[in-house]
Write a protein that binds this ligand. Structure first.
Ligand code: NI
Length: 169
């Protein structure tokens, strides 16, 4: 296992649209293990492959308190999203330190493969539904700050670029 570097907004690579995973093979299983290690180390609840610069439709998540309920979504498809929406405060490992409100469906039904390549149907609401929608956006090249006003987004961009410069003198 290995920790993977996480891309930081506004890195243009975060806007890459991911391709489907062709086969759940040894390479993908090893990527899943590395992504979980990276996500747990960064204290995140979800990580999309896009964020570690792998542009394939793969997400790892764990929204449990005990950090012991890992969930893998490969080639996820939203089958249904509730018309009811909710404004939730979101954050992202690719936009460290920034939290803001994003409107999402309250509940979703998602079809995906699990880490063994088996079909799974997930009916999610609450935090899990929010997390799935947030991570699936990453696979489409979308970061949550793109839902915010251009003014807010530009402020965040400036802040992130400044932090990057200070990190690497
Ligand atoms: Ni994110």
């Amino acid at each position: 296992m290995a920790l993977l570097p996480i891309l930081c907004y506004p890195d243009p690579k975060l806007h890459t649209v991911a391709k489907p995973v062709a086969a759940v093979d040894a390479r993908i299983r090893s990527l899943i293990a590395d992504m979980f290690e990276t996500m747990y180390e960064a204290k995140g609840i979800g990580l999309a492959a896009t964020q570690v610069n792998v542009h394939e439709r793969l997400i790892v998540m764990d929204i449990s308190e005990g950090r012991d309920v890992p969930l893998v979504l490969i080639n996820p498809k939203i089958l249904w999203a509730s018309p009811e929406t909710h404004l939730n405060e979101e954050g992202c490992l690719s936009v460290p330190g920034i939290y803001d409100g994003v409107r999402r469906s309250d509940a979703v039904k998602v079809d995906a493969l699990d880490g063994e390549g088996r079909q799974q149907l997930i009916e999610a609401d609450g935090l899990l539904a929010v997390c799935i929608q947030h991570e699936m956006d990453h696979l489409m090249g979308k970061v949550f700050v793109e839902y915010l006003s251009p003014l807010k987004r530009n402020r965040i961009k400036t802040k992130m670029l400044k932090a990057l410069r200070e990190d690497r003198p």
